[in-house]
Structure formats: C-alpha cells, structure tokens
Design a protein around this ligand. Structure first.
Ligand SMILES: [Zn+2]
Length: 196
C-alpha cells in the first residue's frame, strides 16, 4: 500500500537532510502546497507528525467519515502510537549484576522504536553485525552495523530518554575497536539479543 522506493541516485531526506545511502529505502510523502518529499525510514514518524501524507496511502473511505477522529491525518496515523523510548528504571531496582544489567538494557532497547529501524534497514542491507558494550552501571551501548552504515544507540536505564540514537556513520573504521566485538545478534524484527 505504501510506496517504498529504492533510490538509485543521491537523494537527501527531506526531514533530517541526510544523504540517503545507496540501497536504503525511501518513503514518498505528499505535502500540501509543496512538491513531494522523499523521507528516509528513520524520519517517517516525523514526516507523519508534520502532517505529510504517505504517497499511496488510502483515500478517506466514505464509511469512516463520521468517526470520532477527524481529518485525514487522524485516519492515517498508525493505530498503535509507539512511545519513542520506554520508561526508565527505578534506581533502586537497577540490576547490580553486570550480566543482568545488560539483559535489562536490551529489554529497554527492544521495547523502543529503534528495532523497527534496524529491521527496516536489514530488509535492504541484510543481517547486521551487533555489539553490546556495557559503559557504566546504568549504560549500555548497542552498535548495529552493515557494510555501508552503522548506528550506535545508548541505553541509559535511569535516563529520562532511555534509548537514544547517539551516532551513525558509514565506515566501521570510524568506530572504536571495543565496539567491533560482535557479541550479539538482531532478530528479523530488529530486536537484539546477546549471541548464544
Ligand atoms: Zn531522515
């Protein structure tokens, strides 16, 4: 239903301004009074929030015209609104055992919206390599890497924003060696687990 294009020339995301990588997916959005915009997968929610409508999104069905939610925007909004990141831990409940802390951090990552991004990119670029590095008693760094791009997330179990995209880049050489020990894996849905 939603048209997703594989881009074959250099294209810039209309939201974040990033040059979209070869092979990465783009979603085309209609904007009132402006030309259509191409948006990278990471910015689709933001484009929705701006009121842009996805090309190929269904027109307003007649039988839904009297619904409580009014306007095309309300109809096009996904049913389940995901929170950006799950709630932080109560400091007293923070796991003391390092292995438990890593597991708890991964649970927070997996409950966030970021696995969706990982899964989306993996559909194009294949299975990523994943590392999980504990940075402090409350923080874990999750690195997800393909040959053409990498994303690094910080999970702060006590932070107001528990899971954040910290950095992203294109070359693995940009990353510190300690993040290149691939000790974890991503499932098809983008959730991350330590390698068994
Ligand atoms: Zn973008």
């Amino acid at each position: 239903m939603i048209e997703i294009r594989r881009q074959d020339t250099d294209t810039t995301c209309a939201v974040c301004g990033r040059t979209v990588l070869l092979g990465e997916r783009l979603v085309s959005f209609r904007r009132i009074g402006l030309e259509d915009a191409m948006v990278c997968e990471l910015c689709v929610d933001q484009a929705d929030a701006r009121g842009w409508t996805r090309e190929g999104a269904p027109a307003l069905p007649v039988q839904l015209a009297g619904r409580e939610e009014r306007g095309l925007r309300a109809l096009l909004r996904p049913r389940k609104r995901h929170v950006t990141a799950p709630e932080p831990f109560d400091p007293e409940l923070l796991p003391e055992d390092p292995a438990d802390a890593v597991e708890a951090s991964l649970e927070l990552f997996n409950e966030s919206t970021h696995p969706r991004t990982v899964s989306g990119i993996a559909r194009t670029l294949g299975d990523p390599r994943v590392s999980v590095v504990r940075r402090s008693h409350r923080e874990v760094v999750v690195t997800v890497a393909w040959d053409l791009s990498w994303y690094q997330y910080r999970v702060d179990m006590l932070g107001a924003q528990t899971v954040t995209l910290q950095r992203r880049g294109e070359e693995l050489a940009e990353l510190d060696g300690r993040f290149l020990e691939w000790n974890a894996q991503a499932e098809p849905d983008g959730t991350v687990a330590l390698a068994s």
